[in-house]
Design a protein around this ligand. Sequence first.
Ligand code: SF4
Ligand code: SF4
Ligand code: SF4
Length: 272
Amino acid sequence: MKKYVTPIVILAVFEAVAITLWLAKDNLFYLFNFSYIGISIALGVFLFIRKYRHARRIVQLLVGLYMLVYLGLISRENMQIEGFWYYLFTGVFEAATIHYAVAKIFGPLIFGRGWCGYACWTAMVLDFLPYKTPGQPRRKLGWIRYVTFAASLVFVAALFLARAGDMEGIMFRAFIIGNVLYYAVGIILAFAFRDNRAFCKYICPITVFLKPMSYYSLFRVKCDKEKCVSCGKCKRVCPMNVDVTDNSRKRENGTECILCMECVKNCPEEAL
Ligand code: SF4
Ligand code: SF4
Ligand code: SF4
């Protein structure tokens, strides 16, 4: 039973958030939303402990499709970064602002970039592409993320300054166009750089929040130096080029870790 403590704790944390927001906002949606996500993630961790090899992909599909199809397309909530700026400017702590606070700003202090490994609907598609481990060395293109981050902010600020009408309609169309662009650029880059996660490494604006916050993450993959034989397999299978054998927080690409556990699964000495 002890080995199932992690999924139980995850479920309890999500239920606490679900109940708190339900009562605070007097809206049953929050109970459903956070319970669903908590159950999906806890199920994935449970399946991982049971050594089911597709555990992470199942969570990705359960959460990613829910957010893209139900919240995005059916409920017409822009859950991308433009939606976050939009709600922030209107001063409302709703939908995208809550989502960003939990999954991408404060949550990473606990679970790092778990969002990127288990829930993101962009990576949900990119992870189906053929280059699961990078086929080329990493490039120095990370600066592009700051450009896309600034562009998203300028876009929403310009709408407010221009006092654009039908902001909700514009944000919904921005969500559709933004997603189509993300998928197109992500797929092209994956094939060009032989790396499924090239979009995450160089373009995604959300990493501007995710990287600094996940630096302090409570959950981290650590290496038992007594067991490690320096075979290098963990680095070869890592989709994000993390030097996971270095236990310091400053390890190479440490803030890129998406907690996918490929290194853990592939370590022949069970040192991770
Ligand atoms: S880096 Fe961006 S696109 Fe990649 S998984 Fe994270 S949030 Fe999604
Ligand atoms: S795969 Fe395991 S044994 Fe090999 S370098 Fe990584 S941690 Fe060490
Ligand atoms: S393989 Fe290991 S170090 Fe690399 S992203 Fe996955 S969990 Fe993190």
